[in-house]
Design a protein around this ligand. Sequence first.
Ligand code: NDP
Ligand code: 8X3
Length: 253
Amino acid sequence: MNKIAYITGATSGIGKACAMKFADYSYNLIITGRRKEILDELADSIRKKYKVEVLTQCFDIRDRAAVKKSVKDLPMEWREIDVLINNAGLASGLNPIQEGLYDDWDKMIDTNVKGLLYMTRYLVPLMILHNKGHIVNIGSIAGRDAYPNGNVYCGTKAAVDSITRGMRMDLLQYGIRVSLVEPGAVETEFSEVRFKGDKNKAKNVYEGYEPLTGDDVADVVYFVCSMPAHVNISDVMVVPTAQANPFLIHKNL
Ligand code: NDP
Ligand code: 8X3
């Protein structure tokens, strides 16, 4: 029987790459996101290419009632989840704290922290019931060290780090593995979202060096999940060779 991976934020970037990677290794997938058309197209292409089953769930992870309903609506054959990849997330804006926009703060905290908590809160009881599970939270290098104007985004990823450590303790008795993958700069839609559609600003982030791709991160996530049952890779940071920390990237411009 194929294993099941539940991947949040699979319409783009790291989540989409994880969907492809896990399908390639014969996982059936539950993939989520808000953009239904993209989600449906991705599901179709994965079904065709990898011959696995794919279930789509379209909802906003900030909406606790919607998260609850999506888990409640899972058909019986989709409830034994082996891997949960808590990936959906975003940065919104890059402003000094005194100029921060409240709406940006709400978006980041509600998505990156509360959304991850809601997903985990509703899915973990299924893992406990079935006596198995592995949760991979996507943190960030930004959670290890803040950078100028990153304030709230960095804070949400530091929260993901801390929550991950707490989750690991709480779920120890159930044999549920909890891992944190913390990428550095990955070229995805991330910067376009952060700069609210400004493609030039977004492109500039990745100029002069080779950033990670979603595939690079998916390789690491899959590696973490492919360990034998007695091994947990609790924390892994993956960065471009050109990156030393959140604010030091060697660029040849
Ligand atoms: P993308 O913007 O390419 O993908 C983000 C994904 O999250 C999309 O699928 C989006 O789906 C989903 N998402 C965002 N908000 C919501 C929401 N409210 N409800 C449901 N889904 C949502 O960015 P990345 O792939 O780069 O980001 C994935 C994760 O990786 C994030 O947590 C990010 O913080 C983290 N990360 C990214 C790094 C980078 O440099 N790119 C580095 C370190 C960590 P949709 O729009 O369809 O809802
Ligand atoms: C995304 C990486 O450095 O832009 O988490 O914050 S960074």
